[in-house]
Design a protein around this ligand. Structure first.
Ligand code: SF4
Ligand code: FES
Length: 249
């Protein structure tokens, strides 16, 4: 019986200003393999389909269980987490490219620090720093916990930003992930102390009004986060605060 094989076409680029090329690989199939494990096999024997020795592919990954958020890339043209993209579910040759909306570092590695800057911009945290005993936290009802839990599942993968037509240099849009974290922390009994600051951060350029409700984010989020619901909730909060501002400034 002939050996079952897997074919991959991987975009290579040694540096941000180097020319991009494609390399084809054919590797032995293993049950349950995913795109990251396929690239590990290539790294163990970095030889292209036509016999040329090449370098192992550079990519980010860590947890291998869709938790760390680092392995987002374009797989057969769609933004996916490479560690949960099973070869069995993909048409071959499997094309693998870096996310296109973030600065390229090398091969499949991109710099996604814009998300972390946006999270800082909207103060996506509960302010509990202090050197004194803060005592026990406020009571959070089971109903509130259930509402908050899905939003806390964000893994900062940036897929919602990659697929958003409004996330581009022209708009500077903060993106669905940061807005959803505003929804999460504005609803937290301690986190809401920064509610107005978060909402003001979303009023200016690149703020929530840039959202065009394409819904690509909610359809693509690997964690199934109800992003459009978060955006609607935060848009309502921004509007109420903007009206309040009119009468107080
Ligand atoms: S909201 Fe979903 S798609 Fe966006 S960064 Fe978080 S996990 Fe990824
Ligand atoms: S390696 Fe952590 S999400 Fe894929």
């Amino acid at each position: 019986m002939s050996e079952r094989l897997v074919q991959l076409r991987i975009k290579r680029q040694a540096a941000p200003n180097a020319p991009a090329t494609w390399e084809d690989f054919t590797i032995p199939y293993k049950p349950g393999m995913n795109v990251i494990s396929a690239m590990m096999d290539i790294a163990a024997n970095p030889v292209t389909q036509d016999g040329k020795t090449t370098t192992p592919i550079a990519y980010d990954s860590n947890c291998l269980e869709e938790i760390c958020g680092s392995c987002a890339m374009l797989i057969n043209g769609k933004a996916k987490m490479a560690c949960s993209a099973l070869v069995d579910n993909l048409e071959q040759p499997i094309t693998v490219e870096p996310l296109s909306k973030f600065p390229l570092v090398r091969d499949l590695q991109v710099d996604r620090s814009v998300l972390f800057e946006n999270l800082k911009k909207v103060k996506a945290w509960v302010p509990v720093d202090g050197t004194y005993d803060l005592g026990s936290g406020p009571h959070v009802t089971p109903q509130k916990q259930e509402e908050a839990y899905p939003l806390s599942n964000c893994i900062s993968c940036t897929i919602c930003m990659q697929v958003c037509p409004q996330f581009n240099e022209g708009t500077g849009f903060v993106g669905a992930a940061a807005i959803s974290q505003v929804a999460l922390f504005n609803d937290h009994p301690t986190g809401k102390v920064l509610k107005d600051e978060r909402l003001h951060a979303l009023m200016g350029d690149g703020g929530i009004h840039e959202c065009g409700y394409s819904q690509n984010c909610v359809e693509s989020c690997p964690k199934g986060i109800p992003l459009t619901r978060s955006i609607s909730r935060v848009a309502g909060q921004v509007m109420v605060l903007a009206i309040k501002d009119l009468f107080t400034t």
